[in-house]
Design a protein around this ligand. Sequence first.
Ligand code: HMG
Ligand code: MG
Length: 292
Amino acid sequence: MSDVLIYEVGPRDGLQNEKSIIPTDAKIALIDALSGAGFKKIEATSFVSPKWVPQLADAAEVMAGITRNPAVTYAALAPNIKGFERAVAAGVTEVAVFAAASEGFSHKNINCSVAESIERFKPLLQAASASNIAVRGYVSCVVECPYDGAVNPESVKDVAQQLIDLGCYEVSLGDTIGAGTPSSIQKMLDSVLQSIPACKLAGHFHDTGNQAIDNVFASLEMGLRTFDSAVGGLGGCPYAPGAKGNVATGELVDALEKSGWQTGIDLRQLSVAEQQIRALVTGHTNDQEAVQ
Ligand code: HMG
Ligand code: MG
């Protein structure tokens, strides 16, 4: 039994911000390399509008091409019922809806208000429940928004609770632009934990301020046991200017295991995937301003 669940989001969050289109075969090979490393959950792609995220326009082809490891759940983002239907047709068994704790980011990222996004998710959650598909929820900008500035922890609690009420089994709390520190993350968690137990929460920390691993440890103290990370530390959101990569899976696993936490991840196998992703994004410094 693992003490900490690492939710690998590299094939989705790690690649969505890459400007040059990565061949579908390379994405499939990356996911297959990750499948053997001990992850229980891999976020493989997104069924979003290809106009909004051209990099992931091949979502169905990616899902069709991977060699499925029965021990792994391959998940994908779906912003609306259309995305959900595409995901199910492609054989996805877990989807993630994504909301924000700030209006500015919600409008830029999914072209609607936070309240409208929750309404949009309702038919998706109903359809998912009818077809036994698990739904994860994300809340972005849990500390700071690139458009609206500092975010009130009460807003995070409110949106996270709405996602749980809709039927999400877990809410992943996104520090989208990596502005969080252990103290601001704990302040935010203090608020969210008033209404949602730690076992239904995950941490999704981008590493812009080099605080992501410290933020994981601060969250562990508060009872969280699931963390998102991306192989090679890639990642960023095309609609969050300045956002750098997610916390790097290898570094996170290493730090956790050195502190006595079990992750079940095979670092040697993970390094194969790391080499693959580095080859794919050669020349990418992962510190460029994200495009808008
Ligand atoms: P919209 O333009 O308002 O959509 O975009 P619409 O409903 O008006 O439809 C416009 C067109 O898009 C139509 O096609 C639809 O059929 C099509 P047309 O008639 O023009 O040919 N369309 C779709 N096509 C394929 N799949 C779909 C889909 N939906 C509509 N699912 C929309 C609204 C939500 C679709 C758009 O804003 C979008 O796709 N946004 C996604 C942006 C995104 O993926 N951002 C990155 C992920 S979030 C993130 O990274 C944060 C996270 O990591 C956590 C953190 O770090 O905080 C999760
Ligand atoms: Mg992210």
